[in-house]
Design a protein around this ligand. Structure first.
Ligand code: 1GP
Length: 251
C-alpha cells in the first residue's frame, strides 16, 4: 500500500509544523481560474490541495486536477462527497468514513460498492475518520449525509468519536463544520479532541479569518482547510498561510 503522503502528515506533525490545505470545489472554479490560484498557492507555500464537494454538478474533476498538477507540485488529495468523485490524476484519496453519523451507507456501505474501483485507481488511500460538527446552519454535507452533526458544544462526544475512530484504524481525523458554516468549530472542542488522539487532526468549515486559523492551530489542529473564504478572495491565501505557519509547536 502506498503511504508517501500519509507519511508527510506524520512527519509534519512530529516536527510540530502546521499545514494549510486549500479546498477546491470543481463546481466553483473554471480552468482559467485555476492557473492564477495555483500560482498564489505556490507562493504562499500551501501544503495540500483538497479537491471535492458534497455535490459535484459539473463534470470536470479530471481536467481540474490535471490543470493543478500541470502547474505545481503541491499534492492533490481527493475529498470526495461520493464514490463517483475518484480521479486517478490525484495523489491520494481521503477515504472518508462518516464516524459522527449513524448512516451505514457513509460508514461502510458506499465503500463496499466502490472498493474494487477505488483499489484499481492506484491512488494512495488514507483512511480518514470524518466528523461533521454543527456549524450553526444546515450545510450541504449535513443534508446530503442524512446524518445529524455532533452538537457544537458537546466536546466529550467529539472526543470519544475521534478516539474510537483512531482505535478503529483511521489514520487521520477530519472535523468539519461544513463548507460555509456560520460558526466554525470552537477551540475548546479542537483541544479536547487533539489532546486525546495521536493521529493528525484536520479542521475545516467556516474559517474566514487568519486569526481563526491561528487559534485553531494553537488549540491543536494540524491541518487547516479553507475553501469558501478563498473562493471569495484569493488574496487571503497568503495571509492564511502565514498565520497557520506562524504556529510552531515544539516537537
Ligand atoms: C468544507 O472543511 C471544508 O468541507 C472547508 O470549508 O469552504 O467553509 O472553508 P469552507
Amino acid at each position: 500500500m502506498k503511504q508517501a503522503l500519509y507519511n508527510t502528515f506524520i512527519d509534519k506533525k512530529n516536527a510540530g509544523e502546521k499545514s494549510f490545505a486549500v479546498l477546491i470545489d470543481p463546481d466553483k472554479v473554471t480552468l482559467q481560474s485555476i492557473v492564477p490560484l495555483v500560482a498564489l498557492a505556490v507562493e504562499a507555500k500551501v501544503d495540500y490541495f483538497f479537491v471535492g464537494g458534497s455535490l459535484i454538478i459539473s463534470n470536470h474533476l479530471d481536467v481540474c486536477i490535471q490543470a493543478i498538477k500541470a502547474n505545481c507540485n503541491i499534492p492533490v488529495l481527493l475529498f470526495p462527497g461520493s464514490p463517483s468523485q475518484v480521479s486517478r490524476y490525484a495523489d491520494a484519496l481521503l477515504y472518508l468514513s462518516l464516524i459522527s453519523g449513524r448512516n451505514p451507507e457513509l460508514l461502510i456501505g458506499q465503500h463496499v460498492i466502490s472498493a474494487p474501483f477505488v483499489k484499481k485507481s492506484g491512488l494512495e488511500i488514507i483512511p480518514t475518520g470524518y466528523m461533521v460538527i454543527d456549524g450553526g446552519a444546515p450545510t450541504t454535507v449535513s443534508y446530503i449525509s442524512n446524518a445529524s452533526p455532533i452538537p457544537a458544544d458537546k466536546n466529550d462526544i467529539a472526543m470519544c468519536t475521534a478516539m474510537a475512530g483512531e482505535m478503529l484504524g483511521m489514520k487521520l481525523i477530519y472535523m468539519d463544520a461544513g463548507s460555509g458554516a456560520k460558526t466554525p468549530i470552537a477551540e475548546g472542542m479542537i483541544q479536547a479532541v487533539s489532546k486525546n488522539i495521536e493521529s493528525p487532526l484536520i479542521i475545516g468549515g467556516g474559517i474566514t479569518t487568519p486569526e481563526k486559523a491561528y487559534l485553531n492551530c494553537k488549540a491543536g489542529a494540524d491541518v487547516i482547510v479553507i475553501g469558501n473564504a478563498i473562493e471569495k478572495d484569493v488574496s487571503l491565501i497568503k495571509e492564511m498561510s502565514d498565520a497557520i505557519k506562524s504556529v510552531a509547536v515544539k516537537a
